[in-house]
Design a binder for this molecule. Structure first.
Ligand code: SF4
Length: 310
């Protein structure tokens, strides 16, 4: 019953229509579906995704890291030879050369003096004890008010740690130093009748008094031939070849052997002042050094740098 209906409709509109749907149906999907994805998918990702991240990612990190290290290596050029940071030592001077070196410093400053302000062996002892890890200028500012308040061991004990601390708070380690100053003053009263002993062992037995402080007191207050090796003399001894040594004591012993006896008493002042103002740690001012002809330092600075670098 349904078969005749099929026979009437297709033959009229017929024969061609069935062929048309068969032909376009397979051609359209075959041509569009495979070509579109094959042509667009591979080309788009290859050209865009790999190129953009590779070009941007490396450029960003290069700029911040390259700026920091470039500024740092410029500073280490400053010569530190002979310092604790760079303990490179120059060739040891010959004995006549060492004497010529010291005599050149002596000729430029015939009457050297300590830059610490003091009025007695006791105030000298206190000032030197306060000068550890502090400049002479800062110590002088502190003692400008401390010594008028207490210039004797008795007065210092009466002033007490808190009273001393009020005068020396601008100095590093002031709490420890105030405690030591009062303690050493008390011991001076108990053991030495309030006087400063001209004896190394007795001095070094006082709180806050080491070999360097004892050497300064023995040299300046009592005129003994003692060599107090501070950071300046340690650097200068190694850098110039005058007294190479790995420790302050080794430099001290070397200087005591090499410096002529007639110059030994003032040699401490000549060397410390030379190291403080001319043969500086970061930039030795060799261009106006009176002893440059006798110095074995290999990297002498023969020109004046701008003030900001010096
Ligand atoms: S020549 Fe230079 S390195 Fe040598 S002692 Fe003089 S300032 Fe120091």
């Amino acid at each position: 019953m349904k078969r005749p209906a099929r026979a009437t409709l297709p033959p009229e509109a017929g024969a061609p229509p069935p062929r048309q749907p068969e032909a376009p149906a397979p051609e359209a999907p075959k041509a569009t579906a495979p070509e579109a994805p094959k042509a667009t998918m591979p080309e788009a990702p290859k050209a865009t995704t790999p190129k953009t991240p590779r070009a941007t990612a490396p450029r960003a990190p290069k700029t911040p890291t390259a700026g920091a290290p470039k500024a740092r290596p410029a500073r280490p050029k400053a010569p530190l030879h002979g310092t604790a940071e760079a303990p490179r030592r120059a060739r040891r001077m010959a004995a006549p050369q060492a004497e010529a070196f010291i005599r050149a410093l002596a000729a430029s400053n015939p009457a050297p003096e300590t830059e610490l302000h003091y009025s007695s062996p006791y105030t000298l002892l206190v000032a030197v004890a306060l000068s550890a890890q502090a400049t002479d200028v800062s110590v002088n500012k502190a003692t400008a008010t401390l010594f008028p308040a207490a210039s004797t061991p008795e007065a210092m004990v009466a002033l007490g740690e808190e009273g001393v601390g009020q005068h020396i708070r601008s100095i590093g380690l002031w709490k420890t130093k105030a405690k030591n100053v009062v303690a050493l003053s008390r011991l001076l009263i108990e053991r030495h009748g309030g006087a400063v002993p001209a004896d190394r062992a007795a001095l070094e037995a006082l709180p806050g008094v080491g070999r360097k402080t004892a050497n300064v007191v023995l040299n300046v207050a009592f005129g003994e031939e003692a060599m107090a090796v501070d950071t300046h003399i340690f650097r200068l001894g190694n850098r110039t070849g005058l007294a190479p040594g790995k420790t302050p004591r080794a430099v001290e012993d070397e200087l005591m052997k090499r410096i002529p006896p007639d110059l030994l008493r003032d040699a401490h002042h000549w060397l410390i002042l030379h190291g403080r103002y001319i043969c500086k740690a970061r930039l030795p001012e060799c261009w106006h050094c009176v002893a440059t002809a006798h110095c074995n330092y290999k990297d002498k600075v023969s020109f004046r740098l701008p003030p900001s670098r010096s």
